[in-house]
Design a protein. Structure first.
Length: 435
């Protein structure tokens, strides 16, 4: 059996929300042994849930932070099935310590670091100092350790102490100023957490490059990846337009920043069903008119060329939607694509699970989880011809691999292991006094 690209690499994860867990998940997908460290006596909000033991009223709220538990039930072990956690907890192992402020927990953690290659965290910058496990300490234990720190705004600078989540980073990074309709302010735009996923991707990439560097030099290093800085990097067009032309991009809805018209999202048959259509050339415009049966309005002077269509987009959008609303989104897509016109449906989660293309590529994978049950999970974003990737392990449960980690990695004896259970270091659930 072929080895996966990162097989033999061990990653320790002490992270929450999306960025840190997402970066560790990517490394796990590529074959690294990822060990998630959970604290028995301290609850990290947005680690395994907003609450360890959420109330029924909280679960019934329609929110990604509270909803999404299987069948709207928290079950016996809600910390194992929180939807945000489950989405990026695959291909990992899990172990517990009581509290990293206590000597015994800290000793176990540092012993694990000594046997590992990468440490990933995305806590507040001062957290590691408070716990006595900053980069200098970790490097003393493991000289070639690679430490990936994915805080919101980086480890230094005026914003370094900010406590944020993705939606605020979306604002600080400039993305919010570009999202939404021209007649609606920022208060009318839904939240977006793209910075978390960019942080996860850049963090995993940096970790792999640091492994390559260590392979050549024998030296580890500290990676400071401020999630805030990933956003302007991905908005280079708007950033450079201001730098070179002093032009500040604003909200344009679904319009094309390059001037293609029509370009927008149009209502179709069905409840809240939409299709995206973009016409970027005269050839595409002719194909569009043909699909609509060459309506007389399409020959009017105001739509006679690309510039005129761009100037009169509001009127054009209304006329187009009079046609799209008569058809379902897939019919519109197929009719227009047949004539060479770019068009595609606006997909929701249900559409994605039934999408023939994703099915044909085997994107969704069936996973059985002891607490969550059997479901189709979003799978791999990469297809490697020589080393195929897959969901090898379901989302990791709290303390699921304590025995493996303590006995086989740390070399703890059976007697010591029993003592650690008695001391509360080892558990399969958070402390009972945590709500």
């Amino acid at each position: 059996m072929l080895k996966l690209p990162l097989e033999g690499i061990r990653v320790v994860e002490m992270a929450l929300a999306w960025a840190g867990p997402g970066a560790a998940m990517i490394l796990g997908d590529f074959g690294a042994e990822v060990i998630k460290v959970d604290l028995v006596n301290f609850w990290q909000t947005t680690g395994r849930g907003t609450f360890a033991r959420p109330s029924k009223e909280f679960i019934m709220c329609e929110s990604p932070y509270s909803g999404g538990y299987p069948n709207r039930e928290s079950g016996k072990h809600p910390w194992n099935v929180w939807p945000i956690f489950v989405g990026q907890a695959r291909n990992k192992r899990g172990m517990t310590v009581k509290n990293l402020k206590e000597p015994k927990s800290r000793e176990s953690f540092l012993r694990l670091i000594k046997e590992s290659d990468i440490f990933i965290e995305n806590n507040q910058p001062e957290t590691l100092d408070k716990l006595g496990i900053n980069y200098e300490v970790l490097r003393e234990v493991k000289p070639d350790i690679i430490v990936v720190r994915l805080s919101a705004c980086g480890q230094n600078g005026p914003y370094s102490g900010f406590r944020t989540h993705g939606p605020l980073l979306d604002s600080l990074g400039g993305h919010l100023s570009l999202r939404g309709y021209s007649d609606v302010g920022a208060d009318g735009t839904s939240e977006c957490t793209i910075a978390d996923f960019l942080g996860a991707s850049f963090g995993a990439l940096a970790a792999m490059l640091a492994l390559f560097h260590r392979h050549k030099t024998g030296k580890g290093q500290l990676i400071d990846c401020g999630q805030l800085e990933t956003l302007p990097l991905c908005l280079s067009e708007a950033m450079m337009d201001y730098l070179m032309n002093q032009s500040v991009h604003t909200r344009i809805g679904n319009r094309d920043v390059h001037g293609a018209a029509p370009c927008g999202c149009y209502r179709c048959q069905g409840e809240d069903d939409w299709v995206n259509i973009t016409v970027a050339s005269e050839e595409e415009w002719r194909g569009f008119k043909k699909v609509l049966g060459n309506p007389s309005w399409a020959e009017e002077e105001r739509f006679s060329n690309a510039y005129n269509r761009w100037k009169n987009q509001d009127a054009l959008d209304k006329l187009m939607e009079e046609w799209t609303v008569q058809h379902d989104k897939y019919t519109v897509m197929h009719m227009l694509q047949k004539e060479g016109v770019p068009a595609g449906p606006v997909m929701n989660a249900a559409d994605s699970y039934s999408d023939p293309h994703l099915k044909a590529r085997g994107f969704f994978e069936k996973v059985t989880h002891e607490d969550a049950g059997t479901h189709l999970y979003p799978g791999m974003a990469w297809k490697l011809s020589k080393t195929p990737l897959s969901i090898r392990r379901p989302p990791v449960r709290f303390g699921e691999d304590n025995e493996y980690v303590y006995k086989h990695i740390l070399g703890v004896s059976d007697e010591e292991y029993a003592e650690l259970i008695e001391q509360g270091e080892i558990s399969t659930e958070p402390a009972p006094d945590i709500p």
